[in-house]
Design a binder for this molecule. Structure first.
Ligand code: SAM
Ligand code: SF4
Length: 331
């Protein structure tokens, strides 16, 4: 039964089959050591297990977002005290991108607090993609919902990745965001895929969801016609002023189980340990890397929230004997 849940082997070469909540839950419920042994084996079969890909994230447009995502400091529905800004200029973006490259990042991600980009902003986004790419960095944007035409425009500009998280299960989604639907999210992911841009999509743990919602989120991602190349797993940062400011913290062991499950269900995807690392111990992060996480954001700020910062990350990677990967691609 478990072998059936895992497919024929762990290296992703076996025929893909549809995941169900039941087949995924069988893995999730394994004794912790068995689960980690399996996920680490899958990780080793597909990636250099001692290498971590580093990305840098820049907020190119802060705050004032019309969406009401319950966790987000940038939603205009929340009194988080954040000052809204206009879209950043190209020169400032380039200065930050050069710094990121010097700091060892291989991918540069740019985020805007928008429901979706307005036609008047498209030329500026295209120039940013072209400029950052000219530095030899992979490019990633997260701008909210995209039409098929917008995805095509950004693909033509050379955009490598588009981030668009599904955040949680379809069932729990309306509890988190009411200004758009889970299907809207899937539609944008389809436009991005059809345009030939690599997909980055994952979610957040700690929104008040049940374990089955976390697993269902992974089932949705793994069952996409092509699974996302990049799967960020965030741990909620409880932001004062947001609806989820008082949410209960996530148990680290259950967080690590989800990382392991993501690795097993999407063996060739990059599994990204994203928001919430400041609240994680070094030991928890080390177990996440063992379980299959192979990418992090560097720098002391993640959009508007704190991130560990280069000194702490350099120290951690060095103590764990982990090197920096050129890309997050599977072998
Ligand atoms: N507006 C765009 C969108 O929602 O697609 C992009 C920016 S948004 C801030 C990027 C992602 O960061 C969200 O999809 C969410 O998963 C994550 N995120 C935002 N606030 C967070 C928080 N307080 N804790 C954990 N993750 C968070
Ligand atoms: Fe807006 Fe994105 Fe924040 Fe939602 S997560 S409120 S869409 S910036």
């Amino acid at each position: 039964m478990l072998e059936a849940a895992l497919g024929e082997d762990l290296n992703g070469s076996s025929a893909r089959k549809a995941w169900t909540l039941q087949s995924a839950r069988l893995l999730y419920d394994l004794p912790f050591n068995d689960l980690l042994f399996k996920s680490h084996s899958a990780h080793r079969a597909n990636f250099d297990p001692n290498s971590i890909q580093l990305s840098k994230l820049l907020n190119i447009k802060t705050g004032g977002c019309p969406e009401d995502c319950g966790y987000c400091s940038q939603s205009a529905h929340h009194a988080s005290g954040l000052k809204a800004s206009k879209l950043m200029g190209l020169e400032d973006v380039m200065i930050e991108a050069r710094k990121a490259k010097e700091g060892g990042a291989s991918r540069y991600c740019m985020g805007a607090a928008w429901r979706s980009p307005k036609p008047r902003d498209e030329a500026a986004i295209v120039a940013m993609v072209q400029g950052v790419k000219s530095l030899g960095l992979e490019t990633c944007m997260t701008l909210g919902m995209l039409s098929a035409q917008q995805a095509g425009t950004f693909a033509a500009a050379g955009l490598d990745y588009y981030n668009h998280n599904i955040d949680t299960s379809q069932r729990f989604y309306p509890e988190v965001t009411s200004t758009r639907s889970f299907d809207d999210r899937l539609k944008t992911l389809q436009h991005v895929r059809d345009a030939g841009i690599k997909v980055c999509s994952g979610g957040i743990l700690g929104l008040g969801e049940a374990v089955d919602d976390r697993i269902d989120m992974l089932v949705t991602l793994a069952n996409l016609p092509v699974p996302p190349e990049s799967v960020p797993i965030n741990m909620l940062i409880q932001v004062p002023g947001t609806r989820l400011a008082e949410a209960s913290p996530v148990d680290p062991i259950t967080f690590i189980r989800i990382i392991a499950l993501a690795r097993l269900m999407m063996p060739q995807s990059s599994v990204r340990l994203t928001a919430g690392r400041t609240a994680m111990s070094d030991e928890m992060q080390a177990l996440c890397f063992f379980a299959g996480a192979n990418s992090i954001f560097i720098g002391d700020t993640l959009l508007t929230a704190p991130n560990p910062g280069d000194d702490r990350d350099t120290d951690l990677l060095q103590r764990l004997g982990l090197s920096t990967a050129e890309t997050g691609n599977a072998r």
